[in-house]
Design a protein around this ligand. Structure first.
Ligand code: NAD
Length: 261
């Protein structure tokens, strides 16, 4: 295990299951939650980076394809078996493939693939994390949506945006349903973040990247660590009065009419 700076003990003795933890926001969050004392299950479809990430945070790698119901069920069972509890579920794995674009050009296969990985996966993860949390009478679920769940993008990725709208609506409803049974459910809505997903999307089109930046009052993309800090807050008791929320961490995008020059 690499040296981890201890940030706090806010999450001591809590088990966190993080999907998509081998890269980007998930990886930064695995590091952050471990630094706050959590025992981390690194869940990802990519075994090489997944194992590496688990080693970095002193956690356990569980290979999972989040679109497979049995594998997701097994993921949370493993967390319980290995660490004895399931306290935090950061359901974060997601894709943004280039074949998902304007509705006029996006075929049903591309549509379905994105819905499966981004939305159905969150349904499975919540469905199989909740029974452990309800039994404990305590838990925090954080589902990764996006700022495009609350505002429309002119440069469309139609299935992606629809999937994130679904994640937001599902999180809100679960937050309401389980509020009085000790389980909080919140949706993290990141603005554009400097991760492989975004880099891949814009590598071929820097003009498109620059066009997006114009709408960010803070004038830059977020770093994955800034999302990880938000997740750590939502995971911890510091956010004990928050559930069913649309937690926007977007550099001001959703608040802006015009941006400063
Ligand atoms: P990333 O590509 O860096 O990481 C995604 C991880 O998910 C990868 O490790 C990948 O192997 C894993 N994954 C993909 N499909 C999987 C599957 N079927 N089963 C298990 N694991 C799978 O992406 P990121 O930018 O860190 O994005 C994480 C989440 O944040 C996604 O849900 C994304 O939609 C969302 N998001 C990202 C941005 C951004 O700008 N990067 C903005 C808003 C929301």
């Amino acid at each position: 295990m690499a040296e981890l700076e201890v940030v706090s003990n806010r999450l001591k003795n809590r088990t966190a299951v993080i999907t998509g933890a081998a890269s980007g926001i998930g990886l930064a969050t695995a590091r952050r939650l471990a630094a706050e004392g959590a025992r981390v299950i690194v869940a990802d479809i990519d075994p090489a980076s997944g194992k590496d990430a688990a080693e970095q945070v002193g956690g356990t790698f569980v290979p999972v394809n989040v679109t497979d119901e049995d594998e997701v069920k097994n993921l949370f069972a493993q967390a319980k078996e290995i660490y004895g509890s399931v306290d935090i579920a950061f359901n974060n794995a997601g894709i943004s493939p280039p074949e998902d674009a304007s509705i006029l050009d996006t075929g049903i296969e591309a549509w379905r693939k994105v819905q499966e990985v981004n939305l159905t996966s969150v349904y499975y993860c919540c469905k199989y994390a909740l029974p452990y949390m309800l039994e404990q009478g305590k838990g925090s679920i954080i589902n990764t949506a996006s700022f495009v769940a609350v505002m429309g993008a002119a440069t469309s990725q139609i299935s992606y945006s629809a999937s994130k709208g679904g994640v937001l609506a599902m999180s809100r409803e679960l937050g309401v349903e389980f509020a009085r049974r000790g389980v909080r459910v919140n949706a993290l809505c990141p603005g554009p973040v400097n991760t492989p997903l975004l880099k891949e999307l814009f590598a071929s089109d820097p003009e498109r990247a620059a066009r997006r930046l114009v709408h960010v009052p803070l004038g830059r993309f977020a770093e994955p660590e800034e999302m990880a800090a938000a997740v750590a807050f939502l995971a911890s008791d510091d956010s004990s009065f928050m559930t069913a929320s649309t937690f926007l961490v977007d550099g001001g995008i959703s608040g802006a009419y015009v941006t400063p020059q």
